[in-house]
Structures are given as structure tokens and as C-alpha cells.
Design a protein around this ligand. Structure first.
Ligand SMILES: [Zn+2]
Length: 220
């Protein structure tokens, strides 16, 4: 339900509610249900978005259970993360908008809180390197297992604007990476469309599980 009381005359204009926005909302709902089934977004955690246009991002509303996500739980924000319908977007919206500004070709971001991502982020230092896995070829543009995929790990921060700035500073000027971890928190991954992003998410989760099993077995 849109709360008209809190809508200024400026926010009443909703430039992104056409068929592209609806299609994005449908895709994000499906991604939410899939991620919940896999156990990657427990207890209302996680947030998902699609860049519909330069001035319109479809993103999950704050605090919604991803297994029960419905189309109306996807709301529009502008490129700076400002609500375009008066509702409150995810608390981690500043991280999404920072990624879209940093990488203009990216159109979708999925953020999850899986057990393996959370555990690995606590015990792997400031960078995780995934190498010599056939599944690395699931990442767009990687054509061989003989690749070292670097995943930065950032210290968690409840001030998501500050955290977004720290991530932006570190990732600026580096080659496009496929995601990062936040310590004790979870994974951010992205792609040029939702299919690529879901594939990256699935590949990361598989590889994180492999790394945890390797640690558990004391293997190097
Ligand atoms: Zn989170």
C-alpha cells in the first residue's frame, strides 16, 4: 500500500511503472523465491534490484521476506536511491546505486546472506581467491578453469552509505569484478541481466561451499 501522506509533490511523479518495470518486478520476485528455497536469504535478509533505465531502479522494499515476495514488494527508486513512490527501499540501497554508478553496463544486483558466504567471509581475510575450478566458466567472459577470480571482503558497517563509499573507493579503477563479500554478512553479485546475475550467484554459492569443505577437511 502506498502511503500518500508521506509523498511530496516531487515524489508523486513515478517515471518508472511501465511494462519494463513490471517485467523487472516479476523477475525479482522469481529470484527471491528461488533464493529463499536455496536457503540464501533467511529471515527477510537480502535485497535485489534491476536497473530499468538510467533514472529508474526496481528494488525490493525494506524488510520483506524473500520467500513471500510479491510484485507489489518491488518499488522504484532513482539513480541516487531516492524513493519514487513514497515507500522505504531496502536499507542497503546505497550499495546498489553505487554499483550501478561504478559499472554502467550492470543491470541487475542480487545480495544474499547464505551460510557459506557468511562463514567464508569471516575466515578468509580481506580477499578470497577462487582458482582452478571448472565452474569459474559460469562467470561472464571467463573461458578457462585456470583463472584466479578475486573476491574482495569488506568489514561490515550498519552505515550503508559509508560502506558503499569504502567499496567504491576500492573497486574504482580496477577491472570489473563479479562480486564482493561483506564480513559476517553476505554476498553482492551482479551481471548485465538477471540471467547472468542468477548464474553468477549460483556459481559463487557452489564455489563458497567447495572452499568451506576444503577448509573443514584441512586441505589447501
Ligand atoms: Zn545484507
Amino acid at each position: 500500500m502506498i502511503n500518500l501522506q508521506f509523498m511530496s509533490s516531487k515524489t508523486r511523479k513515478i517515471p518508472c511503472k511501465g511494462k519494463d518495470f513490471k517485467k523487472a518486478a516479476e523477475s525479482l520476485v522469481k529470484a527471491g523465491h528461488m533464493s529463499h528455497k536455496k536457503g540464501w536469504v533467511p529471515a527477510t535478509s537480502g535485497n535485489f534490484s534491476i536497473k530499468v533505465s538510467d533514472e529508474c531502479i526496481a528494488i525490493t522494499v525494506s524488510g520483506k521476506h524473500k520467500g513471500k515476495l510479491e510484485k507489489n514488494d518491488i518499488m522504484p527508486v532513482d539513480a541516487s536511491g531516492k524513493s519514487l513512490d513514497g515507500r522505504k527501499p531496502s536499507a542497503e540501497t546505497p550499495i546498489h546505486t553505487m554499483i550501478y554508478m561504478l559499472y554502467p553496463e550492470i543491470r541487475c544486483i542480487l545480495h544474499t546472506h547464505s551460510i557459506f558466504a557468511t562463514m567464508l567471509s569471516k575466515y578468509t581475510g580481506r580477499e578470497l581467491v577462487l582458482d582452478d575450478y571448472e565452474l569459474l566458466k559460469a562467470f561472464q567472459g571467463i573461458q578457462t578453469h585456470a583463472t584466479a577470480l578475486k573476491v574482495p571482503v569488506f568489514i561490515n558497517d550498519q552505515d550503508t552509505k559509508r560502506l558503499a563509499e569504502i567499496v567504491r573507493e576500492q573497486l574504482s579503477g580496477t577491472e570489473l569484478c563479479f562480486g564482493f563479500l561483506i564480513e559476517g554478512h553476505g554476498l553482492y553479485t551482479w551481471g548485465t541481466d538477471i540471467e547472468d546475475t542468477e548464474r553468477h550467484l549460483e556459481a559463487f554459492e557452489f564455489l563458497f561451499e567447495c572452499e568451506i569443505l576444503k577448509m573443514k577437511a584441512g586441505l589447501k
